[in-house]
Design a binder for this molecule. Structure first.
Ligand SMILES: NC(=O)c1ccc[n+]([C@@H]2O[C@H](COP(=O)([O-])OP(=O)(O)OC[C@H]3O[C@@H](n4cnc5c(N)ncnc54)[C@H](OP(=O)(O)O)[C@@H]3O)[C@@H](O)[C@H]2O)c1
Length: 277
């Protein structure tokens, strides 16, 4: 029973792959550099990775709503179970500015999966704790200054290992079919608290500087970002500033029967693993 992993090289996918490997479950890890290759932007690459797969984990392509045609192709190829990574906020109408809610890959992908003739589970994580150690905030941590338009808002950062554990449960256990799991950590932290936790775990001096949305856009444009991309990035922080990402979700507990891991533990483990060395 080989499980197809789309997005297998990313933060979530590689943890799902490792957990399935530990369980002795064979995987086909698909990406632009795999053999055969898989590219979201080239549907001619899809059938080869789907061939023979009955179960798939899908990390979608955020830049375009292509999950729907992929699901259709997958079902046509014989896939019977899909576990889809989505995100919290997809069901909150003003979570992001209107132009970012239109043609949104997660919103369209969820709708496509819910109406598809396939067993499905949807994972809706909030902000990843590992954004600070592996993702788009890592450089700011290394520079000692988290410069973000997050105001004094908080987010209930989730451990990506918890997301992967829920994904593996859903891929391997029928009890999770038809479930939508919203996933968060056990407490919300402001960026000031995040900086303090990382400083304590690493011995680095990391601070938080409150920016306005337009200030961050200007700084990123000065670094060479296209203005539209900088605006999208800054807009993603808006829900933290507005306090709508601070709530706690019970998906980890519901799916796994244990509490979600705390940001402090994630940061301690990342520091021990040399994430900021
Ligand atoms: N970061 C957060 O706080 C957060 C919160 C909630 C939801 N999410 C969602 O989580 C997802 C990101 O997951 P992640 O952090 O695990 O991803 P990631 O670390 O950014 O990795 C991206 C993955 O997508 C693959 N990929 C990128 N472009 C591709 C293409 N054109 N064709 C095929 N594969 C492609 C990459 O594979 P190759 O490079 O090997 O091709 C890689 O495996 C997004 O959908 C995001 O919206 C993120």
């Amino acid at each position: 029973m080989t499980i197809l992993l789309i997005g297998a090289t990313g933060k979530v996918g590689r943890r799902v792959a490792a957990r399935l490997d530990d369980l002795g479950v064979p995987t086909r890890q698909a990406g632009r550099k795999s053999a055969p290759p898989f590219d979201w932007t080239d549907d001619a690459t899809w059938p080869a990775v789907l061939d023979g797969a009955r179960t798939a984990f899908v990390v979608p392509y955020d830049a375009a709503p292509v999950t729907r045609p992929f699901i259709d192709t997958a079902i046509g190829s014989g896939v019977e179970r899909i576990v889809l990574l989505s995100g919290r906020g997809v069901d909150v109408p003003d979570y992001l500015p209107a132009h970012l809610m239109e043609d949104n890959a997660h919103i369209d992908g969820e709708a496509a999966l819910r109406s598809a003739a396939v067993d499905w589970t949807i994972l809706r994580p909030g902000w990843f704790a590992q954004n600070f150690s592996e993702g788009f905030f890592r450089d700011a941590v290394l520079a000692g200054d988290l410069r973000l338009p997050a105001g004094d808002g908080a987010a209930s950062f989730v451990d990506v290992d918890d997301i992967a554990a829920v994904a593996v449960a859903a891929l391997t256990d029928d009890r999770h079919v038809g479930q939508t799991y919203e996933l968060s950590g056990p407490r919300a932290l402001t960026m000031t608290e995040v900086a303090a936790e990382i400083s304590a775990a690493t011995g680095r001096d990391v601070r938080y500087t409150r920016l306005e949305h337009d200030d961050l856009v200007r700084e990123l444009v000065d670094e060479g970002w296209p203005e539209a991309d900088a605006d999208v990035y800054a807009s993603l922080i808006g829900p933290i500033r507005r306090g709508i990402d601070a709530y706690l979700s019970d998906g980890v507990e519901r799916a796994l029967g244990r509490p979600a891991r705390d940001f402090r533990d994630v940061v301690r483990d990342a520091a021990a693993a040399g994430a900021w060395s």
